[in-house]
Ligand binder design. Structure first.
Ligand code: HEM
Length: 112
């Protein structure tokens, strides 16, 4: 069995500028070689849900931002340190406060 260390490739400074910074704009309008970016695996056993996931993640994230105001629970910056595990947990779980924006009750059914 061949195991590819995608984690390492995704952080390789030879492959990416400023490799460990969160810069989603680095992907705007560019076609990235599949051998550099493989969040869904690669080849015949790659993730068959990739198309669905990419659409749903965008809609879900957009809905959370559009429908809620978000804030930290305290004055400290959110700690983005990675924890240990296969699913890339955060070292410190995220705690945040959210409040539905004013328009939300008008578009969601009122459950009595
Ligand atoms: C952000 C969401 C997702 C990520 C990051 C992800 C990532 C992956 C990765 C890395 C693999 C292993 C590929 C390999 O072995 O090379 C995989 C396999 C798989 N994924 Fe996903 N996946 C996601 C969502 C989904 C969804 C929504 C579905 C189904 C609706 C799905 C179904 C599968 C299946 C069935 C496999 C096994 C494919 C096989 O072994 O032939 N995944 N996924």
């Amino acid at each position: 069995m061949l195991l590819v260390n995608a984690w390492e490739i995704h952080r390789d400074p030879k492959v990416w500028d400023d490799a460990t910074s969160f810069k989603p704009e680095r992907f705007e309008g560019v076609k990235v070689e599949p051998s550099k970016l493989m969040p869904f695996g690669i080849g015949r056993r790659s993730c068959p849900g990739a198309g669905l996931a990419q659409r749903v993640v965008g809609v879900a994230l957009g809905s959370l931002i559009q429908c809620f105001e978000w804030e930290r629970v305290g004055p400290e910056e959110v700690d983005l340190t990675e924890g240990v595990g296969l699913t890339m947990p955060k070292a410190v779980p995220l705690e945040a406060r959210c409040k539905a924006r004013d328009f939300v009750p008008n578009v969601l059914p009122n459950e009595a």
